[in-house]
Design a binder for this molecule. Structure first.
Ligand code: SF4
Length: 148
């Protein structure tokens, strides 16, 4: 987890020269069809965030958006602990230097992969909605779909 936190911090530093209009379109995962893929340690960080905040795993959203969006559908409720993919401005609305730090990003991704494989033999990344579905299945008293 320590390595994952360090890598996520590095990723944010690496992409600091970039920004976007903050429409949260990229968080509308059903619409984009491009959910972030998380290694187990990234999902674990989100679970830790929820535990610290004394929040349950959020229900699925009726609009297909990321379940970690707030009720308005425009703000990430786990921003400080958001996954790697959510820090790298993969959408077309990116604003910033033309040459994006692809190589350095891949190096950081390799660090997360190595840390996870060292942590859990056979570890693999999974799409955020898959992690979320599994977590809901493990918590049978979750609420139904939220608005959005
Ligand atoms: S974790 Fe946050 S930034 Fe990432 S897709 Fe979900 S709401 Fe958006």
């Amino acid at each position: 987890m320590t390595e994952t936190r360090a890598v996520l911090t590095k990723a944010s530093e690496l992409w600091r020269p970039y920004s976007c209009p903050g429409t949260a379109e990229c968080c509308q995962l059903s619409k984009t069809g491009r959910p972030p893929w998380l290694w187990p340690s990234e999902w674990e960080l989100l679970r830790e965030r929820l535990a610290k905040d004394r929040r349950p795993v959020p229900p699925a959203r009726s609009d297909g958006g990321c379940p970690f969006l707030d009720e308005t559908g425009r703000r990430c409720t786990v921003y400080e602990d958001r996954p790697f993919g959510c820090r790298t401005f993969f959408c077309h609305r990116i604003i910033g230097p033309t040459k994006q730090p692809a190589d350095a990003t891949n190096t950081l991704l390799e660090r997360i992969a190595s840390a996870n494989i060292a942590w859990q033999s056979g570890a693999e990344p999974r799409a955020l909605p898959d992690w979320h579905r599994q977590a809901l299945a493990e918590e049978p008293r979750q609420r139904g779909p939220a608005g959005g």
